[in-house]
Design a protein around this ligand. Structure first.
Ligand code: ADP
Length: 569
C-alpha cells in the first residue's frame, strides 16, 4: 500500500501538480497573449493598407511618365522645356507645378515670372536642383552596378522600412519611425535611375515631387511635377476599407504627419486620441511620417475576452484537477478492496484447511476406536457412528460449498428446475439433520402449513441453502440451543425462515455477511470454524431461482435468515 502511494505520488500527483502550476502561470499571461495575437492580425491589416497607398503612388508615377511621353510626342522638346508647367497643369489635375531641369541643373520651366505657385516653387527648389544639399526623404535606386561595386553611402544606409514595436506596451502605440531625412543634392538623388520620388518638408508642409527622364531625349532634361497634395490624398479615401470580418472591431485610418485622419474606414468613428492607435504602419518615405493606424472600436472588449479565456482555462484546469483527484481516490479504493479480498482469500485457505482437518481427525479417531474392537458398549458404538456420520456430512457440505462456489464463479453451475414442494424439502432436510442437532442438545422446531408450498426449484440446491442456514444457526448458537424453521406463503412468495437465539450479526455487517469470504465472527477469536462462503452461496443459489436470502435481526436476540422464492401454487 505504501509502495502504491509512492507510485501514485510520483506518477500522477506530482506531474499533475507541475502541469497545474504551469497552466496557472500561463493563465496570468492570457491578456498579453490575446493582445499579441490580435496585434499580429491587425498589423497585417495596417500593412496591407500602407502597401495599397504605395501602389497608388507607383501608379501615379507611371501615369506621370506617360503624360511626359505624350507631351513630348505632341510638342517639340525645346519648346516643351519652357512651356512644360502650363502644358502639364492643363492636362493633369494632380499637377501643382510642372518642372524641367537641364543636365546642368538649370530650371527651364516654370518661368520665374509665371504664376505665384510656380515662382514659390522656383524660390524653394532652384538651389536644390543645381547644386545645394537639402534635407530630403528618398530611396536610393540601387542599380546592378552599384550593388556589386561600391559600398552604400552614408545616406544609403538609412533604414526606411516602417516598423512597429509590439511588446508588453501593446495598445499604447509605441511605434518607432525609422523614416528619416538626410541632406542630398538632386543629382545625387537621381543617380542612374529613370524616375523617382522626392519628399521635402517646407514651412512645415510636405511637398511631394515626381521626376522622370524620358528616353530617347535630345536635351537629356529631367521632367518633374510637384503634386497637388490635397487632390492626391483625396484618391486614398476609397482605399480605406476593412474586411467585413474586422469591421465590427476595428477602424483603419490614414494619418498625415500631424496625426490628423485623412481617410477612415468608418467615417462615424472619432478616436479619443489619434496619436495612440492599437497598431500602426508607416507608409514610407514617399509620405514621410504619414502612417496607417488601426484603432479598436471597443478596447474593453479585449479585456473581456481575455477574462473569459482565463475563466474558461481556469475552469478546465480545476475540472482536470477534480477528475485526477477522483481518479486517484477510485484507484486507492479499488486497490484497498483488492487487498482486502487477497487477505480474505488467505484467511479462506487457512479456514478451509482447519475445517477439513477437524472432521477428518474425528472421523479417523472414532473409526479407529470402532475398528480396534475396544468399544464393547453398544450405546457408545452407536454414538461414535453417529459422530462419524455427522462429521462426514459436515465434510461433504464444506467440499460441496467450495466446489459450488467455484462452479458459480465460472458460470458453470447447472440447476435442475422442477415443480417441487418447498415444505417437503424443509421437512426431509431438517429430519436428516435433527439427530445430529438433538444429540448436541438443540431443540429443533418446525412449523409448516398443511398445504404444499409449490415452487419451481432444484431440490438439491434448495436443500443446500437450507443446510447452510441451519448449520450457521448451530455454529453461532452461542449456547442458546434453539432453532426454529418456519415455512409459509404470503403475497405470492414462499418464505422459509431459519431462526436462532445465537450471537446475532454485528451492526454494520448485515449485508457484508453475504460477500464472499467475509466472516463477521473471526474464526481465531471466536473459535468457530468457517469458510465465509455459506451465505454467499445461499444467496447466489436463491437468486438463480429468482428469489433471495435476506437477514433480519430478531428483536428478542438472535438471527433470522429468510429464503424467499416465487410461489407456484
Ligand atoms: P462461515 O463459513 O464463516 O459461517 P457464512 O458465509 O456462512 O460463512 O457466514 C458468514 C458470516 O456470517 C459468518 O462468519 C458469521 O460471522 C455470520 N453468520 C452467519 N450466520 C449466522 C448466524 N446464524 N448467527 C450469527 N452470525 C452468523
Amino acid at each position: 500500500m505504501k509502495k502504491l502511494a509512492w507510485i501514485l505520488i510520483v506518477a500522477v500527483v506530482a506531474p499533475s501538480l507541475i502541469l497545474g502550476a504551469l497552466a496557472i502561470r500561463s493563465l496570468r499571461d492570457q491578456r498579453f497573449v490575446l493582445e499579441r495575437q490580435q496585434s499580429a492580425v491587425y498589423q497585417g491589416v495596417a500593412d496591407s493598407f500602407a502597401k495599397r497607398i504605395n501602389s497608388k503612388l507607383e501608379e501615379k508615377q507611371l501615369e506621370f511618365g506617360e503624360k511626359v511621353q505624350a507631351l513630348l510626342a505632341r510638342t517639340d522638346e525645346t519648346q516643351l522645356a519652357t512651356t512644360f508647367d502650363e502644358a502639364l497643369c492643363a492636362d493633369w489635375p494632380l499637377a501643382e507645378v510642372g518642372f524641367v531641369i537641364s543636365p546642368g541643373g538649370q530650371v527651364l520651366s516654370p518661368s520665374l515670372f509665371s504664376r505665384p505657385e510656380a515662382r514659390q516653387f522656383r524660390l524653394d527648389n532652384d538651389r536644390f536642383f543645381c547644386c545645394d544639399s537639402v534635407e530630403v526623404y528618398w530611396t536610393p535606386v540601387l542599380t546592378a552596378a552599384s550593388t556589386n561595386s561600391s559600398p552604400p553611402t552614408k545616406t544609403e544606409q538609412r533604414s526606411v522600412a516602417p516598423t512597429c514595436v509590439i511588446g508588453p506596451n501593446i495598445g499604447t502605440n509605441q511605434a518607432v519611425s525609422k523614416v528619416a531625412s538626410a541632406p542630398a543634392e538632386f543629382v545625387q538623388l537621381m543617380g542612374s535611375a529613370k524616375e523617382g520620388v522626392v519628399a521635402r518638408f517646407l514651412r512645415d508642409q510636405l511637398k511631394l515631387m515626381l521626376w522622370y527622364k524620358p528616353t530617347p531625349s535630345k536635351m537629356d532634361s529631367v521632367y518633374g511635377v510637384q503634386l497637388n497634395l490635397p487632390k492626391f490624398i483625396g484618391e486614398f479615401r476609397a482605399l480605406a476599407k476593412v474586411e467585413p470580418a474586422f469591421a465590427q472591431d476595428i477602424v483603419v485610418a490614414f494619418l498625415d504627419d500631424a496625426a490628423r485622419p485623412i481617410a477612415l474606414s468608418d467615417t462615424n468613428y472619432a478616436a479619443p486620441n489619434w496619436k495612440r492607435p492599437f497598431v500602426a504602419s508607416e507608409v514610407g518615405e514617399a509620405l514621410p511620417h504619414w502612417e496607417v493606424g488601426v484603432y479598436l472600436k471597443n478596447p474593453a472588449k479585449m479585456g473581456h475576452s481575455a477574462k473569459l479565456a482565463t475563466i474558461a482555462l481556469a475552469s478546465l484546469i480545476s475540472g482536470l484537477f477534480v477528475v485526477i483527484a477522483i481518479g486517484c481516490w477510485f484507484v486507492i479504493r479499488c486497490l484497498r478492496k483488492e487487498l482486502d479480498l487477497a487477505q480474505q482469500k488467505t484467511d479462506f485457505v487457512s479456514n478451509v484447511s482447519h475445517e477439513l482437518k477437524t472432521p477428518l481427525t474425528s472421523i479417523r479417531m472414532f473409526s479407529e476406536l470402532l475398528a480396534n474392537g475396544h468399544v464393547d458398549d453398544a450405546e457408545k458404538r452407536r454414538s461414535y457412528s453417529n459422530i462419524i456420520t455427522a462429521e462426514t456430512a459436515r465434510l461433504s457440505r464444506l467440499i460441496n460449498n467450495v466446489l459450488d462456489f467455484a462452479r458459480i464463479s465460472h458460470g458453470e453451475k447447472k440447476y435442475n428446475f422442477q415443480q417441487c414442494d418447498a415444505a417437503d424439502v424443509v421437512r426431509s432436510t431438517v429430519e436428516s439433520y435433527r439427530p445430529n442437532l438433538e444429540s448436541k442438545g438443540f431443540t429443533v422446531k418446525v412449523q409448516l402449513p398443511q398445504q404444499p408450498l409449490m415452487v419451481n426449484a432444484d431440490r438439491d440446491a434448495l436443500a443446500q441453502v437450507l443446510v447452510n442456514l441451519i448449520s450457521n444457526a448451530e455454529k453461532y448458537s452461542n449456547g442458546t440451543k434453539e432453532i426454529e424453521i418456519d415455512g409459509a406463503r404470503s403475497n405470492g412468495t414462499v418464505r422459509i425462515e431459519v431462526l436462532d437465539r445465537g450471537t446475532g450479526i454485528p451492526v454494520g455487517s448485515e449485508e457484508k455477511i453475504f460477500e464472499q469470504f467475509y466472516r463477521a465472527h473471526e474464526s481465531l477469536s471466536s473459535g468457530i470454524q468457517g469458510s465465509g462462503l455459506g451465505l454467499t452461496l445461499a444467496r447466489q443459489i436463491a437468486r438463480a431461482h429468482g428469489g433471495d436470502v435476506v437477514f433480519h435481526r430478531r428483536e428478542t436476540g438472535g438471527s433470522c435468515f429468510v429464503i424467499e422464492l416465487k410461489s407456484n401454487n
